[in-house]
Design a protein. Structure first.
Lengths: 153, 284
């Protein structure tokens, strides 16, 4: 039986084993490559997506665990109020350098802002510490979140 | 250097379909869709619809080459950075080799140094031809016309034509052997701060990295290599790996075993099912 998922509001199906990580369903089965593979172990945050609005690491989330939940990816996060603000801030402040980790950064930052419209530095550190950036764009990421928060809800 | 010769080669004109002209080599798979395009060289394509596409010979990895290289071309082509769309170059060493390295590669911090002359020249060639096309249409001296922001203007009469409207005409003109490059004092883009052109694609997931390339029908493979130098595969029991949904093939090599699958999830699961490490032995 294929797995049926709701991805960015659309019903999609994938004929894969129950324990297949959502990451590979998105990237290799559905061809949505905006979500990135980083470590495959839930340690770097590059693969972050939302399940019912909550950030999860898609590389260690089995497809069976996403059944019946709303999957949101970087391709559609801009359709949410918080996601749009974060993406706009990322562009205005030119947050990305190489950009590879930024899909995950944006998904984590969006989840933070949606839950906490006025995050403190401590809130930002707590929410973002699981997203690693080898280029070291952390300072701009923090500024980007503050910039987006200033725009209000 | 040999660069001049190869440049002249790709600037030599050849007729194409659709009332347009392709000059020199084709620039990629999308060329068929732009038959009425003005393609004066391998780096510039201007469609009759007004689209200006620049082909990037270097890989963007955060160093900003998708902004600095377009600046070189746009400076001489006389277009705004906002007016261009970027495409990555297909593999083609003759067209896209780094002039300093001789291979199609990005590195050594030499993209700008290597392309400083040739890509400005590419832009100037296109601009010169577009100006000629406009002057011909208006029956005026090309020297009385000026290219600016993606159009050719004739100040004495106030006439102007967008590049897209001139593309088909420009495509029929001979490619000039020599073109005049702008004086640095006249630069409008080079030497100025610019917003990176690749940023929007990196905040919405549309940027294509190497790992994101999906040629038609491609499968995904992963492999286990000998953990020690000189190790060889002694035996492989792949029954469990083959049973994994999505696994297509197990490939045994001298010093590695690969699992080919429909997706990486299946490939990794198949690989884990091989328990490879116990099957390597070091031969004398």
């Amino acid at each position: 039986m294929p797995h049926t998922l709701t991805v960015n509001g659309k019903a999609r199906s994938a004929e894969v084993d129950d324990d297949t990580p959502v990451l590979w369903v998105l990237r290799d089965v559905l061809g949505m490559t905006g979500t990135k593979f980083g470590c495959g172990l839930g340690l770097c945050g590059a693969c972050t997506i939302h399940l019912d609005g909550k950030p999860v690491r898609s590389c260690i989330t089995p497809v069976a665990a996403a059944a019946g939940k709303r999957v949101t990816t970087i391709e559609a996060v801009g359709a949410t109020a918080a996601g749009k603000k974060i993406q706009q801030a990322w562009i205005e402040l030119e947050v990305p350098q190489c950009g590879y980790c930024q899909s995950g950064q944006i998904m984590s930052a969006t989840a933070l802002l949606a839950a906490n419209p006025k995050p403190t530095d401590g809130d930002i550190d707590a929410a973002m510490s699981g997203n690693i950036c080898r280029c070291g764009t952390y300072v701009r990421i923090r500024e980007g979140i503050k910039h987006a928060a200033k725009k209000g809800t | 250097m040999t660069m001049d010769l190869s440049r002249r080669q790709f600037l030599s004109a050849s007729a194409a379909l659709g009332g347009g002209l392709l000059i020199g080599f084709r620039t990629g798979p999308s060329i068929g869709a732009a038959a009425a395009a003005f393609t004066p060289n391998a780096f510039i394509r201007i469609g009759s619809d007004g689209q200006i596409v620049l082909t990037m010979p270097y890989v963007e990895m955060g160093q900003g080459t998708y902004t600095s290289i377009p600046m070189l071309i746009a400076e001489e082509l006389e277009v705004d950075l906002k007016q261009v769309r970027l495409e990555h170059a297909p593999p083609d060493e003759k067209l896209y080799a780094n002039p300093l390295l001789g291979v199609q590669a990005t590195g050594n911090s030499n993209a700008i140094r290597g392309s400083w002359q040739s890509l400005r020249q590419a832009g100037a060639t296109a601009r010169t031809m577009l100006v000629s096309a406009a002057a011909k249409r208006w029956n005026v001296d090309p020297a009385s016309c000026r290219a600016q922001r993606g159009e050719v203007r004739h100040a004495p009469t106030g006439r102007r034509l967008k590049y897209g409207a001139l593309a088909a005409d420009a495509a029929r003109l001979p490619v000039p052997e020599k073109v005049v490059l702008k004086r640095p004092a006249d630069f409008k883009l080079i030497g100025t701060p610019a917003k990176r052109l690749d940023t929007p694609s990196k905040v919405n997931g549309s940027a294509v990295y190497g790992i994101d390339v999906r040629p038609p029908g491609v499968k995904i493979a992963t492999l286990a290599q000998s953990p020690v130098f000189g190790g060889r595969v002694k035996s492989v029991d792949d029954a469990k790996a083959r049973a994994v949904k999505g696994v297509r093939q197990i490939v045994r090599l001298d010093d590695a075993v690969a699992v080919v699958a429909d997706h990486m999830g299946a490939a990794k699961k198949g690989l884990a099912a091989l328990v490879i490490a116990t099957h390597f032995q070091v031969l004398p």
